[in-house]
Design a protein around this ligand. Structure first.
Ligand code: FE2
Length: 422
């Protein structure tokens, strides 16, 4: 495949990108300039040649925080009336106790959700998988799915104890079992454990497993409207102590939005030293947090701008696709990015020019994808967006005209056509 006249985010001019044997075989300056910004919007030149005509060619998007095993379960066994995180967790436990999580259904729902995300330009997904289930039903289903879809989507599995490592009997052992049975990442949920001390102990076990089995870490951390929830500092300390810098992701980090300036100023340098990454889910936390506060309602989203200004990689994720926590969600990262930029006050020229970092390079770093990005010799996992730059891609929520995963075409799409009658 040859993609001609593409615009790249980190280089001037237009480029021809040759894809061969799954890799970007060559990257050369384009032979012709496009005929203006409105050049014929047709990527279907031929099977092997795609005319990008000045459009942006970017690496496939990376979804770094999703729960595929929960997808499409909203309302069963019941709706979340309060809209809170903790009612969602109760409903999920009821669902498991009622035997509603059958392996085949989990697999089918997760596959449909993965396809939905991929249709929006995602090529890499880190999914959390609930392992607080003695049968590891969802986990075994998703291990199968990881294999089934590997030609068109890279899937990372997090052994996630939704009902706790301490609070759920045998929770820590189940996490370890899932890690032994092939999880890529070890997860946790310290703010759900019975006491602060239990949460710290649970984090200790998470990091023990990371060391023992060489897996990455991604913890649901401080997802609560409580300034006293301070597990992120424990994560930073454990990361430093065990020299796991660059291998640890903090998910949600909602409580950071409530920390006072004195504590924050002491905390932030520790997060930088530990090289923590952040996975923030703006839509879900806008929906779940700040309940019962009255007006003005707190936003309940981690302080993304502050983290970014400190040089910490922040990535936006979808988290939920029609599950007990959040009724919407289609895995469209451009839509999530739009929300994230708004809630974090990032609609400035500087941030808009680099907006796609939040759904490309930053989450790729959280997934530790070493060969991510468009460069000669790297796997060709890329998109053609119907926009010339980041800002336009966000403003217009650009169509994705072509998606390629490791050299394999995933889909092509023609831009929607509007026939004006006025
Ligand atoms: Fe989550």
């Amino acid at each position: 495949m040859l993609i001609t006249g593409g615009r790249l985010r980190d280089r001037d001019g237009l480029w021809d990108i040759e894809v061969r044997d799954g890799l970007v075989a060559s990257l050369t300056p384009a032979r012709r300039e496009p005929e203006g910004a409105d050049a014929a919007a047709d990527t279907r030149v031929g099977d092997d040649v795609v005319a990008a005509e000045g459009r942006l060619v970017v690496p496939q998007f990376v979804e770094n925080h999703l729960h595929l095993d929960y997808a499409h379960t909203a309302g069963r066994p019941r709706d979340n009336e309060s809209g809170t995180l903790f009612e969602g967790i109760e409903i999920w436990a009821e669902r498991k106790a009622a035997g509603l999580n059958r392996r085949e259904e989990v697999r089918a729902n997760a596959l449909a959700a993965a396809r939905e995300a991929v249709s929006h330009g995602v090529g890499f997904i880190r999914t959390q998988v609930d392992v607080t289930d003695p049968d590891l039903t969802a986990f075994t289903a998703l291990v199968e799915l990881r294999e089934e879809i590997r030609d068109w989507c890279h899937l990372q599995l997090v052994a996630f104890p939704q009902n706790g490592m301490v609070a759920y009997p045998g929770g820590a052992e189940l996490v370890e079992r899932a890690v032994r049975e092939g999880a890529d990442v070890v997860g946790g949920i310290p703010h759900l454990e019975p006491t602060r001390e239990d949460g710290v102990a649970a984090l200790g076990r998470v990091f023990d497993l990371a060391e023992r089995y060489g897996v990455l870490v991604d913890v649901h951390c401080d997802e609560i409207d409580d300034a006293h929830s301070r597990f992120v500092e424990v994560m930073a300390a454990e990361t430093q102590r065990r020299s796991l810098q660059g291998r640890v992701t903090v998910s949600h980090a909602v409580a950071m939005a409530y920390y006072g300036p004195g504590y924050l100023s002491r905390l932030l340098p520790k997060l930088v030293a530990a090289q923590l990454g952040f996975a923030v889910n703006p839509n879900e936390n806008l929906h779940l947090q700040g309940r019962g506060f009255g007006a003005p309602t707190p936003r309940g989203v981690a302080p993304v701008r502050t983290l970014t200004e400190w040089g910490l990689p922040v990535a936006f994720g979808q988290d939920s696709m029609a599950d007990p926590w959040y009724p919407l969600g289609v895995g469209d990262l451009l839509r999530v990015l739009d929300s994230g930029l708004h809630v974090a006050h990032l609609l400035t020229p500087e941030y808009l020019a680099r907006a796609l970092d939040f759904i490309t390079d930053n989450p790729a770093r959280n997934l530790a994808l070493d060969d991510y990005g468009i460069a000669e010799g790297r796997p060709a996992s890329l998109l053609v967006l119907d926009a010339p730059d980041d800002e336009t891609a966000v403003r217009e929520k650009a169509e994705i005209l072509l998606s390629v995963h490791r050299g394999r075409e995933v889909f092509r799409r023609r831009p929607a056509e509007t026939r004006w009658s006025v």
